[in-house]
Design a protein around this ligand. Structure first.
Ligand code: IPM
Ligand code: MN
Length: 334
């Protein structure tokens, strides 16, 4: 027991309930992990939003964290803690697989694509100012090193999961310099991976084709700048049944943080209604990352069987089960 320790940020809103679900399932599956709960209530350091030192130390020590949703204020207020975490640990690649699940009917049953989002810059640079009253500028920052890093990761990831094709998604027809740099970097990096097919596509076209025939994207890993990845990943989630089903991994050189793509859903918080699947699937990515694949396979099978059976689905999947009932159903299949 306790061979591995993972930092756990339970998060806001539905965070504690879906975290509880993960903990119960891990205990039932006898996963050799000990959770170290950490508090990331923001502090202000040198005038900037920061993560408390104890939390940073925990993640640095454990290298791996699982994270529930953290509420982000709209407009004014502190910088999103989600972003602060990505920045603090330089989590440069955000991996967002999107796969149809059995048992929940959508117009498509064959979605299986992977989106990799640059995770440190672009419109998320946070560089904004008011030029004069009524005129503001937000800087979209694209650098060659960050582009190169995420694109290399994308190619390596494609190789590792047996997807033979990387497609860079961009809008270099309009963003000639910034997306132009991302695209030319992609073309350069592609030369280092001759075994992986490479091409590129305009963002708007990707969206159109994705919602017309998602199966076309099955062999691919899509790599794109930050904001595009944010938007396209929600769009892809819509194809399979929503954000309750989509996991993600924020990968850095040393530390990695695994989190659901969804928010804190304050409207259903504390009501035992939330779907914990996205956090669970994120934790499956975590287990694989930690070399605990056998547990990931076992738990994943129980989740998929429960979904396929369709008897204990949560409200977002048009079911009537509570978070607890859904969790119990998964545990009964372990
Ligand atoms: C996501 C979320 C975050 C983002 C928010 C919560 C800051 O939407 O992970 O996709 O915009 O990146
Ligand atoms: Mn998002």
């Amino acid at each position: 027991r306790g061979n591995y320790t993972v930092s756990f940020i339970e998060g806001d809103g539905i965070g504690p309930e879906i975290s509880q679900s993960v903990k119960r399932i891990y205990e039932a599956a006898k996963v050799p992990i000990e959770w170290e709960s950490i508090d990331v209530t923001p502090i202000i350091k040198n005038g900037k939003t920061a993560i408390p030192d104890a939390a940073i130390e925990s993640i640095k020590k454990n290298f791996v964290a699982l994270k529930g949703p953290l509420a982000t204020p709209v407009g004014k207020g502190h910088v999103s803690l989600n972003l602060t975490l990505r920045r603090t640990f330089n989590l440069f690649a955000n991996v967002r697989p999107c796969r149809s699940v059995p048992g929940f009917k959508t117009p498509y049953d064959n979605v299986d694509t992977v989106l990799i989002r640059e995770n440190t810059e672009g419109e998320y640079s946070g560089i904004e100012h008011e030029v004069v009253d009524g005129v503001v500028q937000s800087i979209k920052l694209i650098t060659k090193p960050a582009s190169e890093r995420v694109l290399k990761f994308g190619f390596q990831y494609a190789e590792s999961i047996g997807k033979p094709w990387v497609r860079a998604v961009h809008k270099a027809t309009i963003m000639k310099m910034s997306d132009g740099l991302f695209l030319s970097t992609a073309e350069d990096v592609a030369k280092e991976f001759p075994a992986v097919k490479f091409d590129s596509e305009l963002l708007d076209n990707t969206c159109l084709k994705m919602v017309t025939d998602p199966s076309y994207y099955q062999p691919m890993v899509l790599v794109m700048p930050n904001l595009y990845g944010d938007i396209v990943s929600d769009m892809c989630a819509g194809l399979i049944g929503g954000l309750g089903l989509t996991p993600s991994a924020n990968i850095g050189d040393t530390c990695s943080i695994f989190e659901a793509v969804h928010g804190s859903a304050p409207d259903i918080a504390g009501k035992d209604k939330a779907n914990p699947t996205a956090l669970l699937l994120s934790s499956m990515m975590m287990l694989q990352h930690m070399g605990l694949n056998e547990f990931a396979v076992k738990i994943n099978k129980a989740i998929m069987e429960t979904l396929a059976e369709g008897k204990a689905l949560t409200g977002d999947l048009k079911g009537t089960a509570s978070t607890t009932q859904y969790t119990d159903a998964i545990i009964s299949k372990l």
